[in-house]
Design a protein around this ligand. Structure first.
Ligand SMILES: [Mn+2]
Length: 270
């Protein structure tokens, strides 16, 4: 089976070593895709877990092996350490099995845009304490309103007065939304300062491709929940891949493409 090819692929926050890491999907994704450039944008191996709660099933070895094989067969693999694998920052500019460890990276797209690649933890002063808030995001507010509705329906039935859960939590969710947009703006600002046309990061587990006044902001997301990656198409355009929803379609497309090529070869051979 021929893998789907992209010019570049970025993944971050795979948190290998953490039990919740969705390693089967990650392995599946890496097996079915191929690229000239592969960027590992931090928190790839969760070294914080080594001391307590380390979880390293065989598939994690297979993932590491797969990445090393890619490096060996010509993919330029760059590992930009994050905060959960910050020990690797001691090895910046070293090569391990053909994998380049780099504090940050600069990627030039096929259409000539300069993208700054970094993990992003240097821009956050508060995530460590409020990671769950950052994860809630803007959709949480709607959910909370619904929850509040049913909660108070129950209270009313039981003869209690109205209590606003959303009002209670709104402030925190607002903080979350602010946090995400503050993070994005801080990262974008850094990219502009370095003369880049855009930035690719991870860290906040919030996959997105956005634009801030002509500067592109792209976040890889994570492989603990969302199973997302960023990819550069052959023409230089960035796209977000939601592997859980798109894997079948992407694999199918590449299969059809392969079948067509094979048919063509057969026709020429005749
Ligand atoms: Mn991080």
């Amino acid at each position: 089976m021929k893998p789907v090819t992209f010019r570049s692929i970025w993944i971050s926050d795979t948190h290998l070593g953490l039990k919740a890491s969705r390693t089967e999907y990650l392995h599946d994704f890496l097996k079915h895709t191929e690229s000239d450039y592969l960027y590992l944008v931090g928190d790839i191996i969760d070294l914080w877990k080594v001391k307590r709660g380390w979880h390293w099933p065989e598939i994690n070895n297979n993932i590491v092996r797969l990445i090393m094989e890619k490096a060996r067969s010509g993919t330029r693999v760059v590992y930009v350490p994050g905060n959960h694998d910050e020990y690797l920052r001691d090895y910046v500019d070293f090569y391990f099995a053909g994998i380049h460890i780099s504090q940050t990276a600069e990627h030039v797209t096929e259409d000539g845009r300069k993208l700054l690649v970094l993990h992003g933890d240097e821009f956050d002063a508060i995530t460590m304490n409020s990671k769950w808030i950052a994860k809630l995001g803007s959709e949480a507010y709607d959910i909370l309103i619904k929850l509040n509705h049913w909660f108070n329906w129950g209270r009313r039935k039981l003869g209690f007065g109205y209590w606003s859960l959303s009002k209670h939590l709104k402030h925190k969710v607002k903080e979350a939304v602010n946090y995400i947009s503050n993070f994005e703006q801080a990262v974008v600002h850094a990219a502009r300062k370095q003369g880049a046309d855009g930035v690719i990061c991870g860290h906040i587990h919030h996959a997105v491709i956005e634009e801030y006044d002509g500067t592109q902001y792209a976040n890889c997301g994570d492989w603990v929940e969302s199973c997302t990656a960023l990819a550069e198409e052959e023409d230089g355009k960035l796209r977000l891949i939601h592997w859980l929803e798109e894997s079948a379609e992407i694999i199918d497309k590449s299969q059809n493409h392969e079948d067509r090529n094979r048919d063509r070869r057969v026709v020429t051979a005749n």
